[in-house]
Write a protein that binds this ligand. Structure first.
Ligand code: NAD
Length: 288
């Protein structure tokens, strides 16, 4: 039987990078014993340092109490041996790089070592959850838990189910997500899930409008911010996410779903080729 919400005590987060450290933070803040796992001691240590710095700044800004910060730090532990760590996990959230073979290898190890009934989830932003699940002998326990960056701030959690996902696993993931202070939505395993599938269309069209000289990037963003109440226009958002990331997702959606609206605009390809990847390189549609 898949674990129910009250049976989730030990959460294991695999990968201590951008997403993993944030997921471990919200998990520990929700009161779960949380183990952060990466391939090297220095990587997990760096993840823990980032969590400490985040929580400390929360305390300074009056958003987190000293007690909550101390309790979260106490709830955290680290490991570098995937198999040993998996043996204790009630819920696993994998956040290693977006590489199907790597993810499948990890899920094979989880299948060997995780207790029966444990939920095995992936934070993948685009890969097929059903294919990841196929690396295990228990696809019913496998689903997507797609958090957004920065994890401690972004409210959305996309919970992704595939044809074999157990209903109980879905219910547990949603309950755990709420306890982590997220607002979950439930999405069928399909390219781009709900967020990228819609977001890429808007982003691509905005880029095509820049290409055609319809309006400046500032005015296109303002159109959505003031006219449609988007907190941030699509070009600013693309710069923040990284134009290389947007291009990869756009290519992937075009290959899998077809449709001209997913085809990456030439301007996007050119900017990526020129190394103008957005905020991280100092220039994209805007200069930083
Ligand atoms: N960055 C984002 O904005 C974002 C948002 C949503 C989802 N995602 C998804 O989250 C996942 C992680 O992305 P990220 O940006 O945090 O990547 P990242 O590169 O910042 O971190 C990945 C971490 O995984 C570790 N790792 C690699 N192989 C490992 C292994 N075998 N065992 C344990 N750890 C291993 C790496 O050392 C690294 O610390 C990806 O699937 C990505 O698509 C990313």
């Amino acid at each position: 039987m898949v674990r129910g919400p009250d049976e989730i005590r030990q959460v294991m987060v695999i990968g201590a990078g951008t997403m993993g450290h944030g997921i471990a933070q919200v998990s520990a803040m929700a009161g779960y014993r949380t183990m952060l796992v990466d391939v090297k001691e220095e990587f997990v240590a760096h993840g823990i340092e980032r969590i400490k710095a985040n929580l400390q700044s929360g305390v300074e800004r009056g958003k987190v109490t000293e007690e909550a910060c101390d309790a979260a730090l106490k709830a955290l532990s680290t490991a570098t041996d995937l198999g040993i760590a998996a043996a204790k996990a009630d819920l696993v959230i994998e956040a290693v790089p977006e590489d199907m073979e790597l993810k499948k290898r990890i899920f094979r190890t989880l299948d060997e070592h995780a207790p029966e009934g444990a939920l095995l989830t992936s934070n993948t932003s685009s890969l097929s959850v059903a294919e990841i699940a196929s690396a295990t002998s228990r696809p019913g326990s496998v689903l997507g838990m797609h958090f957004f960056n920065p994890v401690h701030i972004m409210k959305l959690l996309e919970i992704v189910w595939h044809d074999d996902t157990d209903d109980a696993a879905l219910a547990t993931a949603a309950a755990v997500g709420k306890r982590m202070d997220k607002d979950p939505i439930v999405v069928k395993d399909s390219p781009g899930f709900a967020t990228s599938r819609l977001g890429i269309v808007l982003g691509n069209e905005a880029i095509r409008m820049v290409e055609e000289g319809v309006a400046s990037p500032e005015d296109i963003d303002k159109a959505m911010e003031l006219g449609y109440r988007h907190p941030m226009g699509p070009l600013k958002l693309s710069d923040i996410v990284g134009l290389d990331v947007r291009l990869n997702v756009s290519d992937y959606l075009h290959d899998t779903l077809g449709g001209e609206h997913y085809k990456p605009p030439e301007l996007l390809r050119r900017l990526v080729k020129e190394g103008k990847l957005g905020k991280k390189t100092g220039e994209g549609f805007y200069k930083y």
